[in-house]
Write a protein that binds this ligand. Structure first.
Ligand code: SAM
Length: 287
């Protein structure tokens, strides 16, 4: 494997084409993959974001190569993911209608078994400028296991009883359903700039907590600003992210350093509190 672009503790980033790099990762070694591949929707048209007209071009990586070539690309990276997943491993793929049906079909051809399709409803989605069709306000996520009979991880109790207060649709103590209401990015998630298709931390937090355990290895082959990596690191999982653009890896590093600093501060406050408690107890014993 080539040397990483960045590595600290359980957070590793590689620069390059994920199809090449996935071939260099050990077979059957990964617990979960979260992939947010190109949607291939970039064009010369405009859309509305926060009341402003913005170009529909996310980057050269998002330009369509035609239906057939786009589909072949999805097949290629999905097959590369399958090779590295453990037999009980799972894959999540996120996308809009431009890509998600192709990805779903490619998953089924590759022999994956689909567990759920999640509708990520964005209550604060931007309005539609043309007023000629419905305003897009959701993305679809497919969750699939490598084999039909695999014993995949699903942290059912945490999903049912955990704290999901950001979601207006989730009722406390009832089963987690397949429609998730989660806002788009919070201002603090753009502290270092923003990736054009950056996912919200709350979305990845839920995915990581639902389908992995502490120390599990998670890979994101289209890591972008590494939202997956931040959620993985925050909850004690190991993470490998890959991206073809160094500007996004640089953004990932800035975001990671900020999170790491916050976690160190929390740890040091907790240690101080513990020390204070022990000193107080010792003083009482020796009084
Ligand atoms: C939809 S974005 C992912 C955004 C990410 N989920 C986030 O939260 O920031 C897709 C990313 O894949 C990268 N990309 C496109 N083709 C790639 C390839 N063949 N190998 C690796 N990365 C690729 C792009 O540079 C882009 O950052």
């Amino acid at each position: 494997m080539k040397s990483p672009y960045y590595h600290k503790k359980n957070f590793t980033l590689y620069h390059g084409n994920c199809i090449d790099l996935l071939h260099k990762i050990e077979e059957n070694s990964v617990d979960m993959i979260f992939a947010d591949p190109p949607y291939f929707l970039s064009s010369g048209t405009f859309t509305c974001q926060n009341g402003k007209m913005v170009s529909v071009k996310k980057g050269d990586w998002d330009l369509s190569n035609g239906l057939k070539k786009n589909f072949e690309f999805h097949q290629e990276w999905i097959n590369a993911c399958k090779r590295v997943l453990k037999p009980n491993g799972t894959i999540w793929i996120s996308g809009t209608y431009h890509s998600i049906y192709q990805c779903g079909f490619a998953l089924e051809i590759a022999g994956f078994h689909i567990l759920n399709d999640i509708a990520w409803f964005k209550p604060n989605a931007s309005p539609n400028l043309s007023c000629r069709f419905f305003t897009a306000s959701h993305e679809t996520l497919i969750w699939a296991r490598k084999n039909k009979n695999a014993k995949h991880t699903f942290n059912y109790d945490l999903m049912k009883d955990g704290d999901w207060e950001e979601d207006q649709l989730k009722k406390k103590g009832l089963q987690m359903r397949s429609v998730w209401s989660i806002n788009t990015l919070k201002p603090s998630e753009k502290n270092w700039g923003k990736h054009p298709t950056q996912k919200s931390f709350d979305l990845l937090r839920r995915i990581v907590l639902a389908s992995t355990n502490i120390n599990d290895l998670i890979i994101d082959p289209f890591t972008g600003s590494s939202t997956t990596g931040l959620a993985a690191y925050r909850y004690g999982r190991r993470f490998i992210g890959i991206d073809i653009e160094t500007i996004y890896l640089d953004l990932s590093i800035k975001r990671f350093r900020e999170l790491d600093k916050q976690l160190q501060q929390i740890k040091s406050i907790a240690n101080d509190a513990l020390l204070h408690r022990h000193t107080h107890k010792d003083n009482l014993i020796h009084a």
